[in-house]
Design a protein around this ligand. Structure first.
Ligand SMILES: Nc1nc2c(ncn2[C@@H]2O[C@H](COP(=O)(O)OP(=O)(O)OP(=O)(O)O)[C@@H](O)[C@H]2O)c(=O)[nH]1
Ligand SMILES: [Mg+2]
Length: 407
């Protein structure tokens, strides 16, 4: 099966399923006050102890006539994820798709001029110099191997190579290190304003939806209003926030929080920290102190140190990541505000040049706009129209197929 066809089958709902879509958004914008009031009526958070008890006693022996099968559920879920990436990457898609189509129209034959123009296009989309060189080199090779002479026949190969270049790194690291037994501690770090606190709120929501109990630690004692901001998220998602006064020692907050989480047998503790500039040594050292306090109370913790990077800052995000990587073991990146940039290629640069997996991407400001990163969902978001149009096109061109394995 062709690569585009596979993506299409995975993410695009078949015609007859149209009545199931568009899917209801899980939640509304935090700034939308009217929706806020309405939501509190419909979805009062269940107290966590109750939730835990409830999921423990669940009775699965009900009549299953109205239930969808696991396969149907997974299909619907994939389509929902596809729709999220499609929506969140709209700006980048306009950029990537249009430019690629322009290139293919301008350069009809596969030659050095075409590859150079492609390199330039990808570099402008923040893919990162080294990654672009590697990508285009493998395209040159593939074009030769498959004897592709017309650029239009390279379209699918280009998209496929993007996935390959992302996935060549170790796959195991991609998933979150969530403990099956006992407490998991997640530490969120990053410079000011990148979206740490918002991401914590979204993450807490995600884990709550999976039936886990969650607690938050208000480790940003530095910025005025930071503790209140986290508390708003805590109230919204229905999870407890451990906090002290503004100006207190963040390591002391973490100490309290870890002990409270252990005592209450919470599944996941997510710790907020103050935004810090990567070139301020004292603040960076403070992170090490916070980490030490956590690991003393829970051996092996923090299980994840997530670095939030703002996708709209482009190559600067790479500079930040390098600096944080030097002082602390960053286990994953949360790339926020991907919806706000047309240069979504930054994902590839991060993965390929830093060797840190992008674990989540922020695709908007709503609660369910934080999605686990997945290379295929990402390229679907970047090239959705092209992918969706692909079958139709090839039906028209069946006689012209260049795939040596076809027929
Ligand atoms: N569009 C969009 N906006 C986002 C996303 N993630 C965060 N934001 C916005 O980014 C702004 C800053 O987010 P915060 O969560 O306060 O950032 P922070 O890193 O905690 O900032 P400090 O506490 O000041 O260091 C807010 O207006 C968020 O709504 C995203 O994925 N997409
Ligand atoms: Mg914050």
């Amino acid at each position: 099966m062709s690569f585009f066809k596979r993506l299409k089958d995975r993410f695009v709902p078949p015609e007859e399923n149209d009545d199931l879509l568009p899917l209801e958004p899980l939640d509304d914008n935090i700034n939308d006050k009217s929706a806020e009031t309405e939501r509190t009526v419909i979805s009062q958070p269940v107290p966590q102890e109750q939730l835990k008890k409830k999921t423990d006693d669940w009775d699965f022996s009900f009549d299953d006539d109205d239930l969808m099968s696991i396969e149907e559920f997974e299909e619907l879920e994939a389509q929902q994820i596809g729709a999220k990436f499609r929506q969140g990457l709209e700006k980048s898609r306009e950029n990537f798709q249009n430019k690629l189509n322009d290139l293919l129209a301008h350069y009809r034959t596969v030659d050095e001029d075409f590859f150079e123009a492609l390199e330039e296009m990808l570099i402008q989309a923040d893919v990162g110099f080294n990654t672009v060189m590697e990508l285009v080199e493998s395209l040159r090779f593939e074009a030769k191997r498959q004897n592709i002479t017309e650029t239009k026949d390279l379209r699918e190969v280009i998209v496929e190579k993007i996935v390959e270049i992302y996935e060549q790194e170790d796959d195991e690291l991609q998933t979150m290190n969530i403990q099956e037994e006992g407490l998991t501690v997640i530490l969120m770090v990053g410079v000011n304003g990148v979206g740490k606190t918002t991401t914590i709120g979204k993450l807490a929501h995600r884990y709550r939806q999976q039936g886990k109990t969650v607690m938050l630690a208000a480790g940003d004692t530095f910025r005025a209003g930071a503790i209140e901001q986290l508390q708003v998220w805590g109230d919204r998602v229905g999870v407890e926030v451990v906090k002290q006064n503004e100006g207190s020692d963040p390591a002391a907050v973490m100490f309290d929080a870890v002990n409270a989480a252990k005592a209450k047998k919470v599944d996941i503790l997510i710790c907020d920290t103050a935004g810090r500039l990567q070139n301020k040594a004292n603040l960076m050292n403070e992170l090490q102190k916070v980490k030490k306090v956590i690991s003393k109370s829970v051996p092996g913790a923090p299980h994840e140190v997530l670095l939030a990077l703002d996708a709209t800052t482009g190559q600067n995000a790479l500079v930040q990541a390098k600096a944080f990587k030097e002082v602390t073991d960053v286990t994953g990146i949360v790339l926020t505000k991907l919806d706000g940039t047309a240069k979504g290629g930054i994902v590839l640069a991060i993965r390929n040049e830093l060797h840190i997996p992008v674990k989540f991407v922020g695709l908007g400001e709503k609660l369910d706009d934080l999605q686990p990163f997945d290379a295929e969902s990402y390229v679907y978001g970047l090239f959705a129209d092209m992918i969706e149009a692909s079958g139709v096109e090839s039906e028209e061109e069946t006689t012209e197929t260049t795939d040596p394995d076809a027929g």
